[in-house]
Unconditional design. Structure first.
Ligand code: HEM
Length: 477
């Protein structure tokens, strides 16, 4: 990529403010979608002093973020959140694109592999959490209930197991959700900018000061539980979970004279990264899939049939069953396309001015992958607003291979060096939760009231799209 090219097309906006007044910051994907239809798959706009570049087609996304020379578009930008809450951009999500972050991401992946999906010790503990979920659903059987509380608790508890190898008590889930709910508020772009511009507001009795202090209190509780207590009780050679695995890798770095990137602040940041990246996204994906199934009952029957054929009714579904259950896999892929839980990527920063497709992307521009538009582009999917798992199956009912153009157009978890660390972990939890529920219960719309729409254009906004509360009725099989 070399410098100097044409200017990118896009809305002009107003002097100084740019397009700031034209967008709802919590629904940026809808403005990006409208503009992509008007200006094409590569566009740019200004928001006050910031230049944004929005990429809305799979070919250009792959070219910009994964091909040789694309490193320059894989940096992150500073926000008040990264500066003050993440201790000057520690961790993976907010880390600059530099050797320490790349190494840190490798360590996080390794820790997830050693103590996450498919690891017998983790799966045995996680199954106990599924048992608890089934018991809670069983208690509600034959009457309408809101599944959010149960799913939220299940997700927080398996994150606890990931961190520490067990669920200690009821407060584990509470501490995790309190941190998650506290940080959501500061992720609002206007509050973030205000704090970055006037950092002293953190210490004043203003609304934003109160928000900041409540985040720091929730962070302290979180780290006391999952960093401090693990550190105090860690026994080398007896790693219990991800946090111990990171302590082990930390001491190996010291012995091997490797680049020191796993400092204590970095381990603390990874604990926060798991919540930031994983809690809301997995919880709302599971809830959205439940909602979709209530509206498409024939899919529940087909998943159940696949469970009967492959797993039977005498044992729980396991991750080893996944390859033999293409229909269920197709339902999960199609649901994550249809709703697109994370509609735009985290912003990438251009480290220098580059030429891309004949256009100039200026230094410091923020690059957004417009996942929402890619997943709902009629020229790719034909009928993007129809939920149709069969689009991911061939004529023999087998899952399309990953190289197939439709699979290549799915960018649920991003792509390239900044893609999601938790993809395998998230998909495995969704699979187990969904199949275990369907094995035991028929899922039906509520008896009372009307079921909300499963169209994600009506979902509540934010970094992760979430359906409003809804009720479900379960009937034991
Ligand atoms: C359905 C669930 C999930 C979805 C849809 C999702 C989606 C995404 C997306 C779109 C990105 C941004 C990629 C980019 O900026 O280019 C991302 C990044 C990330 N996700 Fe996830 N994610 C999910 C679950 C998880 C889980 C369970 C974890 C942790 C265990 C996690 C950890 C991360 C991290 C650490 C990053 C930052 C990677 C980097 O900056 O290099 N995510 N995710």
């Amino acid at each position: 990529m070399l410098a100097r090219g044409k200017s990118l097309p896009g809305p002009h906006g107003w002097p100084i403010l740019g397009c700031l007044l034209e967008v709802d910051p919590s629904r940026l994907h809808l403005s990006f979608d409208k503009w992509a239809k008007q200006y094409g798959p590569l566009l740019s706009c200004k928001m006050a002093t910031k230049k944004l570049v929005v990429i809305s087609c799979p070919r250009l996304v792959k070219k910009a973020l994964t091909e040789k020379g694309s490193d320059v578009l894989n940096d992150r930008t500073e926000t008040s959140f990264s500066k003050y809450v993440m201790d000057n951009a520690k961790g993976v999500i907010f880390g600059k694109y530099e050797p320490t972050t790349i190494q840190l991401k490798r360590h996080m992946k390794k820790g997830l592999k050693m103590h996450g999906q498919g690891v017998p010790q983790f799966e045995t503990m996680a199954k106990k959490e599924l048992d608890k979920l089934l018991k809670s659903v069983e208690d509600q059987r034959d009457r309408d209930f809101n599944p959010r509380e149960f799913v939220a608790k299940y997700v927080a508890n398996f994150v606890t197991i990931l961190y520490s190898g067990s669920v200690l008590d009821e407060t584990d889930a509470k501490v995790i959700w309190e941190y998650n709910d506290a940080i959501k508020v500061l992720l609002d772009a206007s509050k973030d900018t205000m704090l970055l511009t006037f950092p002293f507001l953190r210490f004043l009795p203003t609304n934003i000061g109160r928000i900041y202090r409540s985040i720091m209190e929730a962070k302290e509780e979180l780290l006391k539980k999952f960093f401090q207590s693990n550190k105090e009780t860690y026994q080398p050679g007896q790693e219990r979970g991800l946090v111990d695995a990171l302590f082990k890798l930390q001491s190996e770095e010291k012995h091997d004279g490797e680049m020191q990137c796993l400092t204590d602040p970095q381990i603390k940041a990874i604990i926060q990264d798991v919540i930031f990246g994983g809690i809301g996204s997995v919880t709302n994906s599971i809830l959205s899939i439940l909602l979709i199934l209530l509206r498409n009952h024939e899919c529940v029957n087909k998943i159940y049939q696949e469970i009967v054929n492959v797993v039977g009714l005498d044992r729980y579904p396991s991750l080893q069953d996944r390859p033999a259950m293409p229909y269920t896999e197709a339902v999960i892929l199609e649901a994550l396309r249809y709703i697109t839980p994370v509609p735009i990527s985290a912003p990438h920063r251009a480290m220098e001015e580059v030429e891309f497709e004949g256009y100039t992307i200026p230094k410091d521009a923020l690059i957004f992958m417009n996942i929402w538009t890619i997943h709902h582009d009629p020229s790719i999917w034909g009928d993007p607003w129809i939920f149709r798992p069969e689009r991911f199956l061939n004529e023999n009912g087998e899952l399309l291979p990953v190289e197939h153009s439709l699979r290549q157009s799915l960018v649920i978890f991003g792509t390239g060096p900044r893609s999601c660390v938790g993809e395998g972990f998230a998909k495995s939890r969704i699979f187990l939760c969904l199949t275990t529920l369907v094995q035991k219960f028929d899922l039906l719309p509520p008896d009372v009231g009307t079921l909300i729409s499963d169209d994600a254009r009506t979902f509540l906004p934010g970094g992760v799209l979430r359906p409003a509360d809804f009720n479900v009725r379960t009937v034991a099989r």
